[in-house]
Design a protein around this ligand. Structure first.
Ligand SMILES: C[S@@+](CC[C@H](N)C(=O)[O-])C[C@H]1O[C@@H](n2cnc3c(N)ncnc32)[C@H](O)[C@@H]1O
Length: 227
């Protein structure tokens, strides 16, 4: 299979601003397809690059891409929240620069089975680390109201967090939220749940119109298509 063509975000700006010292230590906390790492590695002479990713397939893919620079790179399958510990375990005191290109990678979106994309019928998975036990299916079907709300409000900065949480709870009280199929039906049920939760029909119609643009299955910024 052909490797996906990949353009790294703000590549020149990131590399310029890292002001790479050829003998320095650098961390790419979100290796992905390795586009940023490749440019960092090329500039090192005696320095070290620590590449971290939660997704083991990213480590494998980028590992091949970065093969020519293997002598100066440490690949770590892990979470960048453990960067300090990872550096210590590699015998490094700290780093001269770090890069975090937050988000999902193109392969994670392209591979339907990963469950990240709204464009495919896919399992409710969404695990970056495929060896982790927790899936999105467990979260939406089992987590309590406070935890769901916290995800949407704190991490998602979702202003309709409480309403969406209420819709999830109402929906799963009828039957478990399923991984795939009937997505459109699911969406209309979600609409219906919102209907019951709003006070005025006028308000509802306005809100539904604006929400439509967020829950279209093919819209990248969809917020709750899997409901
Ligand atoms: C946008 S991609 C990075 C693309 C990369 N900069 C490039 O040029 O190819 C984000 C990557 O971060 C990884 N990731 C997301 N959260 C992470 C975390 N907490 N710890 C480590 N890696 C993470 C994802 O698995 C994904 O591969």
């Amino acid at each position: 299979m052909d490797e996906p063509r990949h353009v790294s975000v703000l590549l020149t700006e990131c590399i310029d601003n890292l002001k790479i010292d050829p003998e320095g230590v650098y961390v790419d906390g979100t290796l992905g397809l390795g586009g940023h790492s490749l440019e960092i590695a090329k500039r090192l002479r005696g320095g070290r690059l620590v590449c971290i990713d939660r997704d083991e397939t990213a480590i494998e893919r980028a590992g091949k891409r970065l093969e020519a620079y293997r002598d100066r790179i440490s690949f770590v399958h892990g979470n960048f929240s453990d960067t300090a510990e990872i550096l210590r375990s590699l015998g490094l005191d700290g780093a001269d620069g770090m890069l975090f290109d937050l988000g999902v990678s193109s392969p994670q979106l392209d591979e339907a089975a990963r469950g990240f994309s709204y464009q495919h019928d896919a399992p409710l998975d969404m695990r970056m680390d495929a060896s982790a036990a927790l899936t999105a299916r467990t979260v939406v079907n089992e987590w309590d109201e406070n935890r769901l709300n916290r995800i949407l409000w704190d991490y998602g900065e979702e202003r309709y967090a409480r309403r969406i949480t209420a819709a999830i709870l109402a929906r799963r009280a009828v039957r478990p939220i399923l991984p795939f199929h009937n997505r459109l039906v699911g969406q209309w049920q979600w609409y219906a749940s919102c209907c019951r939760l709003t006070w005025q029909h006028w308000y509802l119609s306005q809100r539904c119109l604006s929400l439509y643009w967020h829950i279209r299955p093919d819209y990248p910024a969809s917020r709750c298509c899997s409901l």
